[in-house]
Design a protein around this ligand. Structure first.
Ligand code: DMJ
Length: 620
């Protein structure tokens, strides 16, 4: 049951600010030393500053490059920034501001779970709203009179939290040792793989996880590596690498990872890297409709779609960008980014293709219309719906805000009508539901297990208390099925794709692999933060134990499995970058107290990268 917040939360603001300043100062010294070594190696040039390269030389202009000057494809341009890494000048001001209102980070190795506690407990008080911003769950804190937010108050479970943290340290350590410079670790082979085109995917995807977990040394080393002029990523944003990249994956993992790292640290260099990345991706929007293609060449700017879609764009790709691009505009004071994605939203709202608020997967970006495809909450559709509610909840000044919320609620109605099915009734009368595409014959992808988390977010400030209640109920019923998919297998791991039938206990395995996906854990995280019900922590813990048993390799890397119905399972020799970005992060946060990345203050992008909510609504 929920209890009160831990001592961490009650640490005084002054103590935390002081500790933060001390930490920043110590880190500054360490980073300066590290920089001196790099400079000595001849990588950098003038006085410890990262130079922008000779004017017009085609350098990315990223580090220290002035922000707010528009898109910079291939463009160095003049530089006025202080390119130094570490808290000096503007960076120090940003760090101080961050200390005032954002985060606390400690060096100490034993500070797990203390890293990001909210200062001063709950800052916001729930105000009166015409909308239903709560339901009979209350806040789960047994203190309804003074309860202040939609979320429960929960205490940490330090033992489990630290076990997850140890797993992350081990997994990242294995990546660092054997796959640095590659996108992902191949844990069994002890090498790296580059399935994203060689963009330092795991490194960037892991940054905020390391930070949030207080794995400070790993975080600092990773950031230092990323900033090296010869890192894959730096070469890529300078346009030196002739690579085709997925706009969606690069957006959610790389741009998302950089933005959250900026929000956590206030490091302006990281914001510059994010802008340079967005600039490279922006060529994808250069279509007749302004709806981006799914792929872009980061050197030439050539934009194109996948052959199997006949080059058409995909709903979950172009519909999962606004959170990142609007956040980037807000941080950089450059409206260009969100102008792109606002336009995409307008194109979607102008379309008459929606069926009960649900959209088909494929869009012809030249003709400017949806052209068919499946309707589902699985692959190709999923995160479009997730971003309707996340953008509405957390973007200050969101253009057409009511339309975003309205589309979300309409889509949920459509979901109930067309996608949601009852599977079975449990021993205690509890309902198990599942989501299948229109015409999907009872098939459900693990990917669709993100939906309970989305519904928990949607239940806050829903149009009426009944709708709110309904969303929460459906969330619990779907999550029950998702967890059962794990429990039903001898490995304790869910298959990637399965089929269910109303009234039958049978689970048909369509795709037997398990690739470390986060969605079920993610939903358990939201359900736990909402209800404070310990059953969600227990379920997640069971899953984590199964993961540990099946995924962990002797060398410390964690890999997915090829067949969940077979023990001992055969590994797939791949540690997904989202394993560290999402799966382990949500697991860790499940065992932290609610002040750590409090959901009033932070919004997670679809790759679990936390952005500081700009809180259009103050009383979420
Ligand atoms: C992640 O990259 C993101 O969660 C995305 O939205 C969907 N797929 C993977 C994880 O399964």
């Amino acid at each position: 049951m929920p209890t009160t917040t831990s001592a961490t939360t009650t640490t005084s603001a002054t103590t935390r600010a002081r500790r933060y300043r001390r930490t920043r100062a110590r880190r500054g010294v360490r980073i300066a030393l590290a920089l001196a070594l790099v400079v000595a190696a001849g990588v950098l040039t003038v006085g410890g500053r990262l130079t922008k390269g000779a004017g017009g030389s085609g350098d990315d202009g990223a580090i220290g490059g002035g922000r707010g000057r528009g898109l910079r494809i291939g463009g160095g341009g003049g530089g006025d920034g202080d390119g130094s890494i570490g808290p000096s000048g503007d960076a120090a001001a940003a760090a101080a501001a961050a200390a005032r209102e954002r985060v606390v980070v400690d060096d100490d190795d034993d500070d797990s779970g203390k890293a990001l506690g909210r200062r001063g407990g709950r800052a916001r008080r729930r105000g009166k709203s015409e909308r239903a911003d709560d339901n009979d769950e209350g806040n789960g804190n047994g203190d309804e009179g003074s309860s202040s937010t939609y979320w429960a108050r929960v205490a940490a479970d330090p033992k489990r939290r630290d076990a997850v943290r140890a797993a992350a340290r081990e997994a990242f350590g294995a990546f660092w040792k054997s796959a640095l410079g590659h996108d992902e670790l191949a844990p069994a082979s002890g090498t790296g793989r580059d399935d994203f085109g060689g963009i330092d995917a795991t490194l960037i995807d892991s940054l905020d996880t390391l930070y949030v977990m207080g794995l400070t040394k790993e975080f600092e080393n990773a950031l230092l590596y990323l900033k090296k002029p010869d890192s894959n990523f730096r070469r890529l944003i300078r346009g030196e690498t002739d690579k085709d990249v997925s706009v969606f994956e690069t957006n959610i993992r790389i741009l998302g990872g950089l933005l959250s790292t900026y929000d956590l640290t206030g490091d302006p260099d990281v914001l510059d890297l994010a802008e340079s990345m967005a600039s490279r991706l922006s060529a994808a929007f250069d279509t007749k409709s302004g709806v981006p293609t799914s792929f872009v060449n980061v050197k030439t700017g050539k934009a194109f779609g996948l052959p199997w879609t006949n080059g058409r764009s995909i709903l979950a790709d172009f519909g999962t960008m606004h959170l990142e691009w609007a956040t980037l505009s807000a941080r950089s004071n450059n409206p260009v980014y969100e102008a792109h994605t606002n336009h995409v939203f307008e194109r979607i709202t102008q379309s008459s293709a929606a069926q009960d608020g649900l959209y088909p997967h494929l869009y012809d970006q030249n003709e400017g219309r949806f052209t068919g495809g499946v309707i589902s909450f699985g692959a190709l559709g999923d995160s479009f719906y997730e971003y309707l509610i996340k953008c509405w909840r957390s973007l200050d000044g969101l253009k057409d805000a009511d339309a975003w919320r309205g589309m979300f609620d309409k889509a949920m109605e459509g979901m109930k009508k067309k996608l949601l099915h009852q599977w079975k009734v449990g021993e205690k009368g509890e309902l198990y539901s599942y989501l299948s595409p229109v015409g999907g014959g009872g098939k459900m992808e693990h990917l669709a297990c993100f939906a309970p988390g989305m519904l928990v977010l949607g239940a806050a400030e829903a149009p009426t208390p009944e709708v709110s209640q309904d969303y929460l109920e459906i969330a619990k019923n779907i999550a029950r099925t998702c967890v059962e998919m794990y429990d039903a297998q001898p490995t304790g791991l869910a298959p990637d794709h399965f089929a269910l039938q109303t009234g039958s206990e049978d689970v048909k395995l369509i795709d037997k692999k398990n690739i470390q996906r986060p969605e079920t854990i993610e939903s358990l995280f939201y359900l736990f933060r909402k209800t404070g019900d310990e059953q969600y922590r227990e379920q997640a813990w069971r899953i984590f134990q199964s993961m540990k048993k099946a995924y962990r390799t002797r060398a410390g890397g964690w890999q997915g499995v090829r067949d969940v119905s077979h023990t001992p399972p055969q590994g797939d020799d791949k540690m997904q970058s989202f394993f560290l970005a999402e799966t382990l992060k949500y697991l860790y946060l499940l065992y932290c107290d609610d002040s750590v990345m409090h959901l009033d203050d932070w919004v997670f992008n679809t790759e679990a990268h936390p952005f500081k909510a700009t809180t259009r609504r103050k009383n979420m």
